[in-house]
Design a protein around this ligand. Structure first.
Ligand SMILES: NC(=O)c1ccc[n+]([C@@H]2O[C@H](COP(=O)([O-])OP(=O)(O)OC[C@H]3O[C@@H](n4cnc5c(N)ncnc54)[C@H](OP(=O)(O)O)[C@@H]3O)[C@@H](O)[C@H]2O)c1
Length: 277
């Protein structure tokens, strides 16, 4: 199938996929799923050894070509540097899974500014500029998918996660606009918004699966990253605008979006995990 005739197709295993945050959690599961469908993969995250190991496992298991590009995506002009490497190696990207993320608790007045800046760079600046660079190329070819990894925290404004929730809300708005802009050129944009999922994202936080002070009920409530990955990839190839994997998380997002501010303020006053005057 040529690039031109593939425009209307929803699925083409010859498409090359870029996945950021590919060596653990949801990103690794998406990489595995795409490898099992025969896609060549470009994997990006910070830890070179783990990243190369992930690439090697996927090549050995599924016989696909993989490229590992270790890069700190929370640094200035990370998107430009990544695109320069892709161009240098002649790697056109048909599917961009913009998934890399980090998480911390902390009120705005308390957070480490360097950590907050890294989150904004990683969740806002880098994916937006990757969408700019890769979206322009996909538009020229009239073919491609861009998937943004948001969160159900984008459906509400909760104390203690202002940087995280607001950055994920930004992605939701950005993806909706980009979807309109690129849709007319045959390029699909999908936003995925998982609820709490059992991954290393929460390492060192009160939400860490199996962590001290956690109930087994809370652990059971945590989603399976493989399930989130399946829902994400299915929604993307079905060219859906938005998906929240799991019915209970869809209900939670609905509730979060109608929670009145007075109730959030009340909860904030009594939250034992946040500081009080
Ligand atoms: N788990 C959840 O409950 C949940 C819920 C909603 C949304 N999400 C979103 O899902 C996405 C994936 O998270 P996850 O749960 O799968 O967590 P994870 O297992 O911790 O994966 C995060 C990935 O992002 C990469 N990453 C982090 N900082 C990076 C940086 N500065 N430069 C390059 N790569 C970096 C990590 O690579 P290294 O290991 O090399 O650092 C890792 O591969 C995130 O955007 C997260 O916000 C997760």
């Amino acid at each position: 199938m040529t690039r031109a005739t593939s425009r209307a197709a929803t699925y083409n295993s010859a498409d090359r996929a870029l996945i950021t945050g590919a060596c653990s959690g949801i990103g690794r599961e998406i990489a595995t799923l795409l490898a099992s469908r025969g896609h060549e993969l470009v994997l990006v995250s910070q830890r070179p050894v783990e990243l190369q190991a992930t690439a090697d496992v996927l090549t050995a298991e599924y016989g696909v070509r993989t490229h590992a590009i270790p890069l700190d995506l929370a640094t200035t002009d990370a998107a430009g540097r990544l695109v320069a490497v892709l161009d240098e190696r002649g790697l056109d990207i048909d599917i961009a899974i913009l998934n890399a993320g980090l998480f911390f608790f902390g009120e705005v007045a308390d957070v480490d500014p360097a950590r907050a800046a890294a989150m904004l760079e990683l969740h806002v600046v880098t994916p937006s500029l990757l969408a700019h660079h890769l979206g322009a190329r996909m538009r020229t070819r009239r073919h491609g998918h861009i998937l943004f990894m948001s969160s159900i925290s984008a459906w509400g404004d909760f104390p203690g996660i202002a940087f995280y929730g607001s950055s994920k809300r930004y992605l939701r708005s950005f993806a909706a606009t980009l979807r309109s802009e690129l849709g007319v050129w045959g390029v699909n944009v999908t936003l995925v918004a998982p609820g709490a999922t059992a991954t290393p994202l929460f390492h060192g936080t009160p939400l860490e699966p199996g962590g001290a002070g956690r109930s087994s009920l809370a652990d059971r409530f945590m989603g399976d990253p493989a399930f989130v990955a399946r829902e994400a990839v299915e929604a993307m190839f079905a060219r859906k605008a938005e998906v929240i994997p799991g019915l209970h998380w869809r209900v939670m997002a609905g509730l979060a979006s109608v929670t009145p501010t007075w109730l959030i303020d009340r909860l904030r006053q009594h939250a034992p995990w946040l500081s009080r005057p």
